[in-house]
Ligand binder design. Structure first.
Ligand code: NAD
Length: 299
């Protein structure tokens, strides 16, 4: 049983090779999307995700296409959007899930490297005073500039599309507008923790980009929201737990359910915001944190 219902429609998802982006493709396929362009800098895993999504699709004419994109590059982003329009004719849902947490390429087995190369694990927590401009630039380029470029290109495309309507079972007509965008932000769009300045600045930027796009998109019939999860069980989370092994204890102590969110608990919220059920929601930072921020005053 699909938890979410989409009225057909075509999706463009960045960061679709892994984690929340990949899970969003799966959720959209099983919820009735007619086609998805799965875009990622990691094209080979985007291709695997595209093939896997076909096994879940409910629309017999469903199409899934993988494409390489570097969201930090305007030409690459514009080509991706043009390709989606060439293949599908329109973009009903745009989800920005491409993101990084730190700029330093993370060793796959930090414990082994710590022993062999004597890497000081504490260097993976970066106090503000030691944060490098390179790290700041890289994280901001992917998370903030990437969201800016993809949101801008999607807005331009959606603004020239015809709006869509649905008729509900109670025979009421509801406008789906010209399209909807969901950016993947974070609970750290609202508050801060130490030693993560680049990531937190970038996620505050995603919330700001979302709000301005929602204000400008509203009169055009385009809704723009962001989801703001706490920890989500993805590759990024595993990487963070390796850098900070006490993360599991923090989650147990601070989150009522004692666990990170599963990726589908985020992708289904994205699906909800994109669905007809979300038709009156725009400009929000939709917190998905099992109540974490009720007690932990991040702001
Ligand atoms: N996992 C968490 O705990 C968590 C919590 C809150 C927010 N988020 C956010 O969710 C989003 C998705 O993260 P995830 O947890 O699924 O991580 P992930 O590492 O599983 O997926 C991120 C994807 O982004 C892609 N990517 C990175 N740079 C790119 C670029 N320049 N162009 C195109 N694609 C690029 C990667 O190849 C990868 O497939 C990120 O924005 C992240 O900040 C994650």
């Amino acid at each position: 049983m699909a938890v979410i219902k989409l009225e057909g429609g075509f999706a463009l998802i960045t960061g679709a090779a892994s984690g929340i982006g990949k899970e969003t493709a799966f959720t959209f396929a099983e919820s009735g999307a007619a086609g998805i362009l799965l875009a990622d800098i990691d094209e080979s895993n985007a291709l695997v995700a595209a093939e896997d999504s076909k096994k879940l699709a409910v629309d017999p004419a469903y199409r899934a296409i993988a494409i390489h994109v570097d969201v930090t590059n305007a030409d690459s982003v514009n080509s991706m959007v043009a390709y989606a329009v060439k293949e599908f004719g329109r973009i009903d849902y745009c989800v920005n899930s491409a993101g990084v947490s730190i700029a330093i390429p993370f060793p796959t087995d930090i414990r082994r490297l710590t022993l062999q190369c004597k890497i000081d694990i504490s260097t993976y927590f970066i106090p503000f005073s030691n944060s490098s401009v390179e790290d700041y630039d890289k994280v901001m380029r992917v998370n903030a500039k990437g969201t800016f470029l993809v949101t801008q290109a999607a807005l331009k495309q959606m603004s020239v599309q015809e709006p869509r309507d649905v008729t509900t079972t109670r025979n009421r007509t509801r406008s789906l507008g010209r399209g909807t965008i969901v950016n993947v932000a974070s609970v750290l769009s609202f508050g801060a923790i130490p030693q993560k300045v680049a990531y937190i600045a970038s996620k505050h930027a995603v919330l700001g980009i979302t709000k301005v796009a929602a204000l400008e998109g509203g009169p055009l019939g385009i809704r723009v929201n962001c989801v703001c999860p706490a920890w989500v069980r993805t590759a990024m989370f595993v990487e963070e737990c390796t850098r900070a092994p006490h993360t599991a204890d923090i989650i147990k102590a601070m989150i009522s359910q004692g666990r990170p969110a599963e990726p589908e608990e985020v992708s289904e919220s994205i699906g909800f915001l994109c669905s007809a059920a979300g038709s009156y929601i725009t400009g929000v930072g939709f917190i998905i944190d099992a109540g974490l921020t009720l007690t932990a005053h991040l702001g």
